[in-house]
Design a protein around this ligand. Structure first.
Ligand SMILES: [Zn+2]
Length: 120
């Protein structure tokens, strides 16, 4: 997934993926024009801080990630209303391998569970 600093950039990409959206927490619906207007207004009135970014799903849903981790999906794509949206930006597990014995290790662990080698 790409990251966007403004909702307008995210909306412009999403507009190439689908043609209408529903707002996640209400029944409001948006077409391309409505989404772009809303995005521009949001960027002007409520810009996100530098730790935050917008993400666009493969079907065109738009989410806001405020801490680099959890994604708040704001606009759901009408193309795929039941799309399986990731809840965190880093939710695709990163497989790592022990540099000493070569076995796969759990991401984030400090030592290899097999040989005890320290992982960096
Ligand atoms: Zn090891």
């Amino acid at each position: 997934m790409e990251r966007f600093d403004t909702m307008l950039e995210a909306a412009e990409l999403a507009a190439t993926l689908c043609g209408s959206w529903s707002f996640a927490t209400s029944n409001d619906r948006y077409d391309v024009k409505g989404l772009l207007v809303l995005a521009e207004t949001s960027d002007n009135e409520n810009p996100i801080d530098e730790d935050s970014f917008y993400a666009v799903s493969p079907a065109g849903a738009i989410g806001l990630c405020e801490d680099g981790e959890d994604i708040d999906w704001l606009f759901l794509s009408d193309n795929a209303p039941n799309e399986d949206l990731p809840l965190t930006y880093g939710s695709v597990p990163q497989m790592k391998f022990c540099p000493k014995c070569g076995l796969p290790v759990v991401s984030g662990s400090q030592f290899c569970g097999k040989c005890g080698c320290e992982l960096k």
